[in-house]
Write a protein that binds this ligand. Structure first.
Ligand SMILES: [Zn+2]
Length: 256
């Protein structure tokens, strides 16, 4: 588990209608080592968010201000733990919001797996989510995309061994997906990503501050809660500043 710094924001931008208080959230991303090839999930913010945040992100920095050192980009963090960027076989995209697109285009041998609905929406977002999609991050030449098809490809088993499953969880974004990772010792780990930003979202006390469909978002939480209880998974929410502290994190710690 890694992070590309934090976002300084307000409570209402994370928890719908819950006020103007300052709120600072981590921007997590994940490396999974698998014998059949390494995986990056999301990659956090693009490095440009550390170099020229307003130039790259625009006015959205007034709502979500990235606090990120240049060295916190996903490629350099992988190198720091001895992982060669060329060894990344898959980049899994939960969705294409700006704090999740840092890996795209940085791993020469990777196939990028995303929901087709998310990719298509990202090129023509509605006004209320326009600021969250940075086209320069995902509209690049030479990318090797693979698109999943919502319900039809739900519970996609990436390696055919059940270790990495991709779960369709729309709502926060039209083509959002979450990940159920089964590790040899730790067992099942459910990465909700932004289907549940925080424990309050997980426990139905908040809707996302940025939401495509509240109804789908609520259904996706219900779906993930069922999966978590069926598998007894460890649950990792997308941006919870409190629980994030409690997880084992790179570069010193990891789950196996
Ligand atoms: Zn998001």
């Amino acid at each position: 588990m890694f992070q590309t710094g934090t976002l300084r924001t307000k409570l209402k931008y994370i928890k719908m209608n819950q006020g103007e208080d300052d709120f600072e959230i981590p921007v997590p991303w994940f490396l999974i080592k698998h014998p059949a090839g390494n995986i990056v999930i999301d990659g956090g913010n693009a490095v440009e968010a550390a170099i020229d945040k307003r130039g790259h992100w625009g006015a959205v920095v007034d709502a979500y201000d990235p606090i990120m050192d240049r060295s916190e980009n996903c490629v350099d963090q992988l190198r720091a733990v001895g992982v060669d960027p060329a060894s990344i076989r898959y980049v899994l995209q939960s969705h294409l919001h700006l704090d999740h697109t840092g890996a795209i285009g940085h791993f020469p041998n990777a196939q990028i797996i995303c929901q087709r609905a998310e990719y298509e929406y990202a090129f023509k977002p509605q006004w209320f989510s326009e600021g969250a999609y940075i086209r320069a991050d995902f509209d690049r030449p030479g990318l090797n995309w693979k698109f999943l098809g919502g319900e039809y490809t739900d519970n996609f088993d990436l390696f055919g061994d059940g270790s990495v499953r991709i779960i369709f969880t729309p709502g926060h974004a039209p083509g959002h997906q979450s990940f159920l990772i089964t590790l040899p010792r730790t067992g099942p780990v459910l990465l909700t990503i932004d289907a549940a930003y925080t424990v309050d979202h997980w426990e139905n006390r908040a809707l996302p501050g940025l939401v495509h469909s509240s109804s789908d978002a609520a259904n996706s939480v219900e779906k993930l809660r069922r999966i978590a209880s069926d598998t007894n998974a460890m649950v990792v929410t997308g941006h919870d500043p409190d629980t994030w502290q409690s997880f084992l994190k790179a570069p010193n710690d990891f789950y196996d």
